[in-house]
Design a binder for this molecule. Structure first.
Ligand code: SER
Length: 345
């Protein structure tokens, strides 16, 4: 059997690099990547082809391909999107729209659904204030869909566009013999943490930034309050979720959009783990009003029971396993030759 043909957009990003490695490890895929940047050495040999350039203008070129699955990861993250709103809209919405149209056309033309896998975010939620956030606790997909950020609004709207192209495009579903529509599946990710790469332009970045700084013996000034709390996840779990939802039988899916959860931590608890793991780590709290406001609008935790029921979602890493079995062993290797690193085994 020939390989599945896969497109990964935003392949040079954190999720992109980890996903390309995950797909290559799993095998059976011909991986085409695209990004503004050239592929980093870590994944260069894993892609059959890399298309470098601005996705909005590149999508035309992809009509010549026959992708079975599209992982559309390219995005401008939440903090960056607040300072360049128009650019964020172009990347996050127009790029998605162009790709959805291509996937919808291809699904109909070949009579076989293209799977369109979309990373959405906890930024799709918007809590009015900290009191409401604390009271709400774990939120379900349909609750608090009032994002405060450009990025969150973009993600929520793109979920809706995906549902539209996946179920109602041109009202073709009402035809006597409806054509095949694309198969849109979105995951609302919490803050992600990789031991190998650092995020840029996001607001949950204080978690990974703090840990990478502590591991290198560098002081870190955290841009949110000690009591700021949102959910986080180890990068390997995020990749597992993307691969699992891609393979899930369509009959079992009752929604186009799913929360997934692993662990929820305050910034102060991150600091405590950093201090325990790297004695002498220096972490201070110097909240930035705007970025704090964004985190205050995101839920403390999410309810992922739908993902668990529909496609068997289960994280491998709770907070203890995240630190002990994933982050600390990997980060020690990564910074092993740095003399400033002092860590507790
Ligand atoms: N991690 C993202 C950000 O901070 C949220 O999905 O922008």
């Amino acid at each position: 059997m020939s390989d599945f043909s896969v497109l990964v957009t935003g392949a040079c990003g954190e999720i992109g690099q980890a996903l390309v490695q995950g797909l290559a490890k799993k095998g059976g895929y011909r991986i085409v990547t695209t990004d503004l940047m050239p592929l980093p050495d870590a994944i260069k040999s894993l892609a059959a082809e890399h298309v470098q350039g601005d996705l909005v203008y590149r999508v035309k070129q992809f009509y010549a391909y026959d992708f079975d699955v599209i992982f559309h990861l390219a995005a401008s993250l939440s903090s960056k999107a607040e300072v360049a709103t128009e650019e964020a809209h172009r990347i996050n919405v127009e790029g998605t729209m162009q790709l959805l149209m291509m996937a919808a056309f291809k699904s109909e033309r070949r009579g076989k659904a293209v799977k369109f896998i979309f990373p959405s975010s906890i930024a799709a939620y918007g809590m009015p204030d900290v009191a409401a956030k604390r009271k709400a606790g774990r939120v379900k997909e349909g609750e608090w869909n009032n994002p405060h950020t450009m990025y969150g609004a973009n993600k929520l709207y793109c979920e809706k566009l995906g549902e539209y192209y996946g179920s109602f495009y041109g009202q073709r579903h009402l035809d006597e013999d409806p054509p095949v529509m694309l198969d849109f599946r979105a995951i609302r990710f919490p803050g992600l943490i990789s031991a190998f790469t650092l995020p840029s332009g996001g607001t949950s970045d204080y978690g990974p930034e703090m840990l990478h700084a502590a591991a290198q013996g560098k002081p870190y000034a955290c841009f949110v309050r000690e009591d700021a709390k949102i959910s986080f996840m180890a990068m390997p779990d995020a990749i597992k979720a993307l691969l699992t939802i891609t393979d899930a039988p369509k009959e079992g899916l009752t929604s186009h959009v799913y929360n997934i959860d692993a662990f929820s931590l305050t910034a102060g608890e991150f600091r405590d783990w950093a201090m325990r793991s790297f004695p002498g780590a220096v972490v201070t709290f110097e909240p930035n009003r705007r970025r704090q406001g964004i985190v205050d609008s995101w839920p403390e935790d999410v309810d992922d029971s739908l993902a668990r029921a529909d496609w068997g979602w289960q994280p491998d890493y709770d907070v203890r396993r995240f630190f002990e079995d994933y982050f600390l062993p990997e980060i020690r290797k990564r910074y092993a030759n740095k003399p400033s690193l002092r860590s507790v085994e």
